[in-house]
Design a protein around this ligand. Structure first.
Ligand SMILES: NC(=O)c1ccc[n+]([C@@H]2O[C@H](COP(=O)([O-])OP(=O)(O)OC[C@H]3O[C@@H](n4cnc5c(N)ncnc54)[C@H](OP(=O)(O)O)[C@@H]3O)[C@@H](O)[C@H]2O)c1
Length: 330
C-alpha cells in the first residue's frame, strides 16, 4: 500500500510537536482490523494531546485522534468483513495506540463497534466521544433512578460537545434542562437544543455552606473543580451528578453532608474503559431512544486534515462551541 497521511504527535523531553506526516502501515500500532477512515472528530482530549496542555499520550509518538469511523479494509477477525461500516471511540486511541487522525487506522477487533443501523458514518463522528459520553451519563442517571419529576437537570460546560449532546438527549427524554455556561452569548444556541433556561456559570447560586438550598434534580458536569463542588451542595435529595470532565479544574473539595443527609450520588463516567457490551448498548441507544435531534446545530464546523493543527487552541481556551467533524475521505 502507498504511504498515506496521518496527524502525528511526538513528545520529546517534555515538549510536544504535532503535524501531518506521510506514513505506511508498518508505522501503525498492531491490530487485526484495518479501517479506511472517512470521518473523525475533535474532542477536548485531542486538544490536550496535540497542544501538550495535558499528558494524554502514554507513548513518545502516536497518531492523534481518539475517534474514527470508516469502512473495514481488511480484517483477520471473524467479527468484521471488508466493507463493514465501523467506529472506534474512547478505546485508548491516541493514548496507547495510534489514533483516528489518519487515512488508515489499525486496531484490535475488541475496540471496534459496528455502526448501528440508522446512523451514518458522519452522524457517529458528529457525536463521537462527546455524544457517547453524554449518552453514557444519561444512561447512568436513569439506572440510578433519576426521574424528570425530581426537578431540572443542570448541564455544565453546556456549549461544549458533551454539554450540547446532554441537553439534546435529556430534553428529548422529557427532563427539564437548565444549561450553565461561561458564555451567555450562546443562549439562543443552547435553547435551540432544548435548554429551558440558560444561566451564567459565574453567577450560579451555589454558595459556600456544606448544604445550600436544593436547586437541581441532578446534574451532568463536564467542568469539575469549584463548580462540581457547588453542585454537591445544591442538588436536591437523592439526586445524581454525572461527573465527566475537568475543563474547570480537577480538585473536588466537599463534605460528607450532601451524601449522608441528602443521599446525593456522584456517578463517575469513563468513556474509555467502560465494558465493550456497555459501549454497544450506548451506541444502540444513540441510534434509537437517545438519538440526538439537533446534530445539524451541534456540528459547528467540518474541516479537513490540513485545518487540524489550527483547531485545537479554541478548545483549550474554552472558545469552541459544539462539535467539529474531521472529513478524511469522501
Ligand atoms: N469522562 C470521560 O470519559 C470524558 C469523555 C469526554 C469528555 N470528557 C471531558 O469532559 C469535558 C468536556 O469535553 P468536551 O469534549 O465537551 O469539551 P469541549 O467541547 O471543549 O467543551 C468544554 C466546555 O466546557 C466549558 N469550559 C471550557 N473551559 C472552561 C474553563 N476553564 N472553566 C469552566 N468551563 C470551561 C465551555 O463551555 P461553556 O462556554 O458553555 O461554559 C466548553 O465549551 C472535558 O474536560 C473532557 O476532558 C470526559
Amino acid at each position: 500500500m502507498k504511504p498515506f497521511k496521518a496527524f502525528r504527535i511526538q513528545v520529546s523531553d517534555g515538549k510536544v510537536s504535532a503535524g501531518i506526516e506521510s506514513i505506511t502501515l508498518n508505522d501503525l500500532s498492531p491490530g487485526d482490523v484495518l479501517i479506511k477512515s472517512v470521518y473523525s472528530s475533535i474532542n477536548y482530549k485531542d486538544a490536550l494531546a496535540a497542544t501538550g496542555s495535558g499528558q494524554i499520550l502514554k507513548k513518545p509518538c502516536l497518531v492523534g485522534g481518539i475517534d474514527v469511523a470508516g469502512y473495514v479494509e481488511t480484517s483477520s477477525s471473524p467479527r468484521f468483513h471488508r466493507g463493514d461500516q465501523v467506529l472506534v471511540c474512547g478505546a485508548g486511541l491516541s493514548e496507547t495506540c495510534d489514533g483516528g487522525f489518519s487515512e488508515f487506522v489499525r486496531v484490535p477487533a475488541e475496540k471496534v463497534i459496528a455502526v448501528p443501523e440508522g446512523l451514518s458514518l458522519f452522524e457517529v463522528m458528529a457525536m463521537g466521544t462527546a455524544g457517547f459520553t453524554a449518552a453514557l451519563a444519561v444512561h447512568q442517571l436513569q439506572l440510578n433512578g433519576q426521574r424528570p419529576e425530581w426537578g431540572a437537570i443542570l448541564v455544565t460546560g453546556a456549549s461544549g460537545g458533551v454539554g450540547s449532546y446532554a441537553i439534546d438527549i435529556l430534553s428529548a427524554l422529557g427532563y427539564q434542562v437548565v444549561a450553565s455556561t461561561s458564555r451567555l452569548q450562546n443562549t439562543a444556541y443552547l435553547e435551540s437544543l432544548g435548554a429551558s433556561k440558560v444561566l451564567s456559570s459565574d453567577t450560579l447560586s451555589i454558595g459556600n455552606a456544606p448544604l445550600e438550598k436544593g436547586l437541581w434534580g441532578g446534574a451532568v458536569d463536564s467542568v469539575g473543580g469549584e463548580l462540581l463542588c457547588g453542585l454537591t451542595r445544591t442538588v436536591k435529595p437523592m439526586g445524581n451528578i454525572a461527573v465527566i470532565g475537568l475543563a474547570g479544574g480537577i480538585k473536588l473539595e466537599t463534605t460528607v453532608l450532601p451524601f449522608i443527609l441528602r443521599g446525593i450520588n456522584l456517578l463517575g463516567i469513563n468513556s474509555v474503559s467502560c465494558a465493550h457490551e456497555l459501549k454497544v448498548t450506548i451506541w444502540q441507544r444513540l441510534a434509537t431512544d437517545f438519538r440526538p435531534t439537533h446534530i445539524d446545530k451541534i456540528v459547528t464546523a467540518e474541516i479537513t486534515m490540513n485545518q487540524l493543527a489550527d483547531s485545537f487552541d479554541a478548545y483549550i481556551q474554552g472558545r469552541h462551541s459544539g462539535r467539529t467533524v474531521l472529513r478524511i475521505a469522501d
